[in-house]
Ligand binder design. Sequence first.
Ligand code: HEC
Length: 137
Amino acid sequence: MTRWSWIFLIVPLAGPAFAEGEVVPGDAVTGEALYRAHCAVCHGIEATGHGPMVTALTVQPSDLTTLVARHGGEFPLERVTSRIDGRDPLVAHGSAMPVYGNFFEGHDVALKTETGQPLMTSQPIADLVAWLRTIQK
Ligand code: HEC
């Protein structure tokens, strides 16, 4: 190998790192409005799992303010997103949690997961997730 070809090998490794941060952040204000319209009936206005529909449910809605606390201090983005859009097999196999995949249609927004992998979802779900992040205890 010549002296010059070494330079081409080394330069890409020393190049700038990829930009950090969320690719397309959701809008928490829109997320809160969506939450109140579609989720509060079960999870409650405060998102602690005490919505007016609770008495009619056999499975109790989760407290959505303790997602981080219940998942080792990290927001479980992948789990939350797949619960909302119905990709989680638990939802597909008959959970009390309705499937919103079609309602919040689209996989055009990329969120960054705990592992750094992008997760494709729709803008309404990205907004909901942005709001859910703000209410963690
Ligand atoms: C018909 C009642 C109902 C509605 C409406 C509802 N949920 Fe749920 N949800 C549940 C129940 C019951 C559970 C707990 C059982 C389960 O996990 O399947 C749950 C679980 C969840 C979980 C999993 C929490 C965890 O601990 O991992 C998330 C996240 C969630 N809901 C978000 C939402 C969002 C966001 C909306 C609105 C788009 C919504 N839910 C609307 C009943 C509901």
